[in-house]
Design a protein around this ligand. Structure first.
Ligand code: HEC
Ligand code: HEC
Length: 210
């Protein structure tokens, strides 16, 4: 979780509005070839979508995001705390006038419930950084290695079939396996390619780990 926070602070959404947010689903093979940091939202119901609209733009005509950040992680500049997954008691107290900077909002009870629901969604959002190295690694992993791809034995999601779960394995482990595992003897990769595959395995691991 800590690790992902680090990424989120680097996402330059504030400058571009929400345009940089790409909703993306992980299909088979993990379609991660996006050119911007990818933000994965869980599927939202109508209430959560209404809350998102309030959060992103309509509250006070600027949206809560102006101070709390597009993904609810807070903003150091604005002195506004992270509020994704906030508890109801803290939410109610903040919206009932406890925070002077927030007094200009007039959200009715239903709108408050909507935003609150969306804040719970934000606590489940994932940010994946786009990594060109991982994109190369994905090609090697899915098709090129040994003419079949690592997926032939480790599965499209690298969770294991004939070979074990290798999500998150580093270059050293891959090198060692290429030398030691007889089934993997057909595979020849340069060190740079091993790094690329490792970058892809890291990405699969991050996508899986929450
Ligand atoms: C103009 C800036 C600004 C906007 C816009 C804003 N907030 Fe805040 N909010 C703050 C600041 C600053 C604090 C921290 C105040 C403090 O700690 O005394 C805060 C605190 C909170 C807290 C309390 C967090 C906690 O952990 O106690 C919640 C919840 C909250 N805001 C929700 C919202 C929601 C929901 C919206 C949109 C409807 C919103 N805020 C819009 C500035 C803003
Ligand atoms: C023909 C099948 C096959 C292919 C293709 C294959 N592997 Fe393997 N791999 C295995 C098997 C089987 C094992 C387990 C060997 C054992 O446990 O003794 C293994 C083990 C590993 C391990 C060690 C796992 C651990 O827990 O230490 C890594 C890392 C690994 N493979 C990476 C890869 C990568 C990366 C590729 C593609 C470049 C690849 N493998 C392609 C069959 C394969």
């Amino acid at each position: 979780m800590q690790q992902h926070k680090k990424y989120e602070w680097h996402v330059p959404f504030m400058k571009t509005g929400m345009a940089a947010v790409v909703a993306l689903t992980l299909g088979s093979g993990g379609a991660l070839a996006q050119s911007a940091p990818a933000v994965l939202f869980p599927e939202m119901n109508e209430q959560e979508l209404r809350g998102k609209h309030i959060y992103d733009e309509s509250a006070g005509d600027v949206g809560c995001q102006m101070c709390h950040g597009p993904l609810g992680n807070g903003s150091i500049e604005q002195g506004a705390p992270g509020i994704k997954g906030v508890l109801r008691s803290a939410f109610d107290s903040a919206l009932s006038g406890a925070v002077p900077m927030m007094e200009f909002f007039t959200l009715n009870g239903k709108e408050q419930d909507d935003v609150f629901a969306y804040l719970q969604v934000l606590s489940k959002v994932e940010v994946l950084t786009y990594d060109p190295e991982a994109t190369e690694g994905q090609k090697i992993y899915e098709e090129l290695a040994g003419g079949v791809g690592c997926q032939a034995c480790h599965g499209m999601d690298a969770a294991g079939i004939i070979g074990p779960d290798i999500r998150g394995k580093d270059p050293v482990a891959i090198m060692a396996a290429m030398k030691a595992v007889p089934d993997m003897g057909i595979i020849e990769l340069t060190e740079a390619q091993v790094d690329q595959v490792a970058a892809y395995l890291r990405q699969l691991h991050e996508a899986e780990s929450h």
